[in-house]
Design a protein around this ligand. Structure first.
Ligand code: HEC
Length: 204
């Protein structure tokens, strides 16, 4: 019993002593990691990257996964070259045409109109002017040109390079070429299989 009493007195004395330490600095840090961060702070400045950069640029000549480089520059020359040489790598299928139509309705129809005649809702309400019909005389609309204008935009038309991926831009292009053909009354781009099915039907 006496032992317990002694121990308790010693304990109380110890607690009193410890808690009477100076107020100026904390006495003990039991888990210093909790107080002293070991990682880097967000937005902190560290001499990790050369030249005070906040991050490193990708290694020269590397290409991100799922991204294809586009070699035609955003210049009149680049546009002319794309109009002339760039071809749609996609097969014409009903799936691509349908996807192109859906994407066109989302991204382009507000200005260019569902038919591609340049009479979209923003044009009707005069929110934007100077939208050409895809069949406008004197305007060279080719598959390469349609892709090019989606990459870079043109004057008051913005770029769609960040909203759509390569596949989607080509699908849109397929649909635009069909709108142009419809407006001009020239033959449509159609999936080959369907063309066969269609001619079979007419033979019946
Ligand atoms: C905000 C309205 C707007 C939207 C949305 C828009 N365009 Fe345009 N587009 C224009 C205008 C305006 C021009 C004429 C630019 C000029 O010649 O100065 C144009 C021009 C074009 C041309 C002709 C380019 C050339 O080489 O002469 C094509 C093709 C075209 N747009 C396709 C598209 C496609 C495809 C989309 C959807 C991905 C789209 N546009 C979305 C406003 C728009």
């Amino acid at each position: 019993m006496k032992k317990i009493l002694h121990i308790s007195i010693a304990l109380i004395a110890l607690i009193v002593l410890v808690s009477c330490g100076g107020d100026t600095k904390p006495s003990y840090q039991y888990m210093p990691n909790m107080y002293e961060p070991v990682g880097y702070e967000t937005y902190g400045e560290y001499e990790v990257f050369p030249g005070g950069q906040e991050a490193m640029l990708p290694v020269l000549g590397t290409v991100p996964r799922g991204y294809a480089p586009y070699d035609y520059p955003d210049t009149t020359k680049g546009s002319d070259a794309a109009k002339k040489d760039l071809k749609n790598p996609l097969e014409v299928t009903q799936k691509n045409l349908d996807a192109g139509k859906e994407l066109y309705t989302i991204f382009c129809a507000v200005c260019h109109g569902d038919k591609g005649d340049g009479n979209g809702i923003l044009m009707q309400r005069e929110k934007i002017l100077g939208i050409p019909s895809y069949a406008a005389p004197g305007r060279l609309i080719t598959q390469g040109g349609v892709y090019h204008v989606q990459m870079y935009g043109l004057n008051s038309m913005g770029s769609y390079a960040s909203q759509t991926n390569e596949l989607e831009r080509w699908q849109i292009t397929q649909h635009v070429m069909n709108l142009k053909a419809t407006l001009e009354g020239t033959p449509l781009v159609v999936p080959e299989l369907e063309e066969v099915a269609g001619s079979n039907q007419s033979n019946d």
